[in-house]
Design a protein around this ligand. Structure first.
Ligand code: ZN
Length: 315
């Protein structure tokens, strides 16, 4: 029985989106300390605003200005803020229905402890000192003693100088990954530059990498089978978009490779051949980088191409 591996994993990428007229007005408004919503066909005011009526799917452009004060409709206490959360001291996640709005906005409330938070409590926006046209222009909400004045939200043209037209949202997941018995054995074998899959006792397919069970038969797999190291390109794509923080020149080829003896293709980069000469059936072998636990890429092995019939079940 191998050691069960465990490692910290971080999946992180910047998500860039352009803003339509409604989101642009909403975020630019926050920069100018103005909270905008939209009025739907049936007269409801939605904050944060959406571009299409959730009931009729009609496009909506009818902007209104709501108050920077509101009421907590529900909340949850966060005792341990994580990096990049809005506050670095314990805080409450809150849904706040701003005065004049019919829906609630998700944000955070700066409060000394959970005993200071309740549904129905009055709060107001604490604006960030430096504002860029983002939801974080609202630094947080804070307790507020005043009542709503009950006035209807006023129409707003949504027009500002130098409107925000796009945002970059960093997405990040950090977690501890434990690959389990089957993948731990697979990774241990890779450390010795061997590729080991597992055979299903029922249908006899060899899974690489193994997941510990056959997804077709629903039975556990245990018999270990060494496959490769050579394999056949079953299909591929040419990558033309350069990924941030990835030190590979484009264009390059990413391929599905059926290692010899495997009944499932894995995917890897193809090197050592011009990208426009890669083809289905190309025979390849792994190239290991010094100290790496997995092949850096695969390159042509020099063998004749495989017949389509030899790998057609794996495409
Ligand atoms: Zn099976």
């Amino acid at each position: 029985m191998p050691d069960i591996l465990s490692a910290p994993l971080v999946v992180e990428f910047p998500f860039t989106r352009s803003l339509g007229p409604v989101q642009s007005a909403f975020l630019t408004g926050l920069r100018e300390r103005t909270v905008l919503g939209v009025r739907t066909g049936d007269g409801k005011v939605l904050v944060p605003p959406v571009e299409y009526d959730p009931v009729t799917a009609e496009e909506i452009r009818d902007l209104v200005e709501v108050a920077a004060t509101g009421t907590v409709t529900t909340w949850a206490w966060n005792p341990h803020p994580r990096r990049d959360q809005p506050l670095d001291t314990p805080f409450a996640w809150v849904l706040v229905r701003l005065d004049g709005a019919d829906t609630a906005l998700l944000h955070v409330l700066d409060a000394p402890g959970p005993e200071a938070v309740r549904t129905g409590m009055r709060v107001r926006v604490r604006w960030a000192g430096a504002r860029t046209g983002a939801i974080t222009d609202i630094a947080c909400f804070e307790p507020y003693e005043g009542e709503a004045d009950g006035s209807a939200p006023a129409p707003h043209a949504g027009e500002f100088a130098d409107p925000v037209t796009g945002i970059v949202t960093p997405a990040r997941l950090d977690y501890t990954y434990s690959p389990g018995r089957a993948q731990s054995a697979y990774l241990e074998a890779l450390a010795g530059r061997r590729v080991v899959g597992e055979r299903c006792p029922s249908c006899r397919k060899v899974y690489v990498p193994p997941r510990g069970a056959c997804p077709t038969c629903g039975v556990a797999t245990a018999e270990q089978v060494e496959v490769g190291p050579r394999g056949t390109v079953t299909t591929f794509c040419v990558v033309n978009i350069k990924a941030k923080n990835l030190d590979i020149e484009v264009p390059y080829v990413y391929a599905h490779i059926a290692l010899d003896g495997a009944d499932l293709a894995l995917h890897a980069r193809i090197g050592g051949i011009p990208y426009d000469q890669v083809r289905m059936g190309l025979r390849v072998e792994p190239v290991w980088a010094e100290g790496s636990r997995h092949p850096d890429h695969y390159r042509p092995s020099g063998e004749p191409d495989a017949d389509y019939d030899a790998y057609k079940e794996l495409v």
